[in-house]
Design a protein around this ligand. Structure first.
Ligand SMILES: Nc1ncnc2c1ncn2[C@@H]1O[C@H](COP(=O)(O)OP(=O)(O)OP(=O)(O)O)[C@@H](O)[C@H]1O
Ligand SMILES: [Mg+2]
Length: 514
């Protein structure tokens, strides 16, 4: 069995084979480098290597170029010459072209099978981050989730949450007594943020059938790991949605996978491209939780690799957990650049053959300063590594080729149609209709009741020559208005539902609770 994944050649003449140890691949990693230095190709060869070793991969495809993983490279490719030359330099004698098993996913459902989750699985913390809520607004969202649990109102899609907020608004007075101030202004603000999310395409992310994590962890008939590619080009215009979705996915993996300690090879490797989006203006609480998930998910056999232009984009606590590092060239134009470069260099174990800082500045395209975890998980001495050429096609496949892959996929059909089962929206609508019908019935009854008396009364008044019209409005006032009927029902239900809270997994303590 392979225990190492070949990444390229290091040493004096790039002839020493450099590998990423599968046994330590769950101890996370970093791929960094300025634009055009080779990050995407590095990601491509790592995905190939993991797949070949039977490890499923999840990655986001920002520019669409990683779709090439699904297709074998060919000698017709314009880079065939340079590839062969590079393979020769690093002693990659058995370099061949090959295609890999790929499943395409897309939040918007265009360039891949739809990926969905439910509002309740996303939870209030991540949703607040997604909606960029203030603390007060987040408080309201927490109440909404709590109420949904207590009231047995499944929050699946955005319209469930929207109708729950309407309901909360209508009952703000009663709810305030119980949960503290439920202000109309905060509810309104959340509703407006939900509209923004909807305009960004968020409607598509929430609903059913929700993604089953096991569908990301498949291997093909030959035992190769499935490479799951999330189309992310369009998603990039909604960075909050992108980062929150990936974070949600990580937290779900963490929550659902069993403990495995340090496995022979990872159960799944997760590549987080444009990782800086996760940390840009993220509140400390969120960074802490990412740090916590990264630390704990390791023992579930999941390796997380952050890809970013500058390692300084990744908070120090998290950077410290990224054991396997591939650092492509960094530019050093400004004083700030130089300082960051020095700091980046300091995190490596010196190689007497060269100066790390200088090497990070000098390495060519497709070359990197690397340090992989070795025996006992100790970081290896830093190397200048010429990264191997990819076996699959460099560059995107065509639209038709993509459609063919999608049609042939086991996932074809499973997620394509949205399911809209009864949830908060329908339940609340039904309740409102019922309450309205009851109110109407009560009104009728009241009218029946009062009619003879009213006639008498009116008759009496008429004797005195008084006007009659006023009194006709009276019966209506004795019946419940629609709002009153609702309020009474809510109060009745609130008192009878303790203990019906949905049980959440361990992440209740991490992401879903407060
Ligand atoms: N390992 C490699 N083997 C052969 N060629 C490579 C390798 N890595 C990079 N190259 C060459 O360099 C080009 C740029 O690499 P790549 O697209 O990976 O850069 P990048 O860092 O992802 O850039 P960006 O930040 O713009 O996305 C590739 O198209 C390819 O021609
Ligand atoms: Mg790239």
């Amino acid at each position: 069995m392979t225990t190492e994944l070949f990444i390229g050649g290091g040493g004096q003449d790039y002839g020493d084979k450099q590998g990423l140890s599968l046994g330590y691949a769950n101890r996370h990693g970093l791929i960094a480098g300025a634009t055009g230095t080779g990050k995407t190709v590095t990601l491509q060869i790592l995905a190939e290597g993991f797949s070949a070793a039977g490890v499923p991969v999840f990655l986001s495809d920002i520019k669409g170029d990683l779709s090439g993983l699904a297709k074998s490279g060919t000698p017709d490719h314009k880079l065939h010459g340079p590839f062969m030359e590079r393979a020769g330099v690093i002693g990659f004698d058995d370099f061949t072209y090959d295609a890999f098993p790929v499943t395409f996913w897309d939040l918007f459902g265009d360039q891949g099978h739809p990926v969905r989750t439910t509002v309740s699985e996303m939870g209030p913390l991540l949703l607040s981050r997604l909606l960029e809520l203030t603390e007060a607004q987040e408080g309201i969202l927490n109440i909404a989730f709590r109420l949904a649990d207590e009231e047995g109102l499944p929050l699946l899609d955005l319209k469930d949450l929207q109708s729950l907020l309407v309901w909360i608004g209508q009952n703000a007075k009663d709810l305030s007594l119980r949960y503290g101030n439920v202000s109309a202004a905060s509810i309104g603000a959340i509703q407006r943020r939900l509209l923004v999310l909807e305009n960004q395409g968020g409607t598509k992310l929430f609903g059913e059938p929700a993604l089953e994590l096991s569908d990301l962890m498949r291997t093909d008939a030959a035992g190769r790991g499935m490479i799951n590619i999330l189309a992310s080009d369009k998603l990039m215009s909604a960075p909050g949605l992108y980062a929150t979705f990936l974070l949600w996915l990580l937290s779900e993996l963490f929550e659902e996978l069993p403990e495995v300690g340090d496995p022979e090879k990872p159960k799944l490797v997760f590549f987080f491209d444009e990782a800086h989006l996760l940390f840009d203006d993220a509140p400390k609480a969120l960074v802490d939780k990412v740090e916590q998930v990264a630390r704990l998910i390791r023992s579930k056999g999941v390796g997380v690799y952050f890809i970013t232009q500058n390692p300084a984009d990744v908070p120090e606590d998290i950077l410290g957990q990224l054991g396997n590092r591939i650092q492509h060239a960094l530019r050093a134009f400004t004083a700030k650049d130089r300082k960051e470069l020095r700091l980046a260099a300091e995190t490596y174990r010196e190689n007497p053959r060269f100066d790390t800082e200088e090497a990070i500045r000098e390495v060519g395209v497709g070359e990197a300063v690397t340090s992989m975890l070795q025996k006992k998980g100790v970081p290896g001495i830093v190397e200048r590594t010429l990264i191997r050429p990819p076996s699959s096609q460099l560059g995107p496949i065509t639209k038709t080729e993509r459609e063919n892959v999608m049609a042939a996929s086991e996932m074809s059909g499973k997620y394509d149609t949205t399911l809209d089962r009864t949830s908060a929206f329908e339940i609340l609508a039904k309740r409102a209709a019922k309450a309205a019908a009851e109110a109407e019935k009560a009104e009728e009854e009241a009218e029946q009741e009062t009619r003879p008396a009213l006639r008498e009364f009116n008759a009496g008044r008429r004797y005195q020559g008084a006007r009659v019209s006023r009194s006709t409005s009276k019966p209506a006032r004795r019946t419940k208005s629609f709002g009153q009927a609702m309020t009474q029902m809510v109060v009745k239900e609130l008192t009878g539902t303790t203990g019906r809270r949905m049980v959440r997994g361990i992440l209740g303590g991490l992401f879903k609770g407060r």
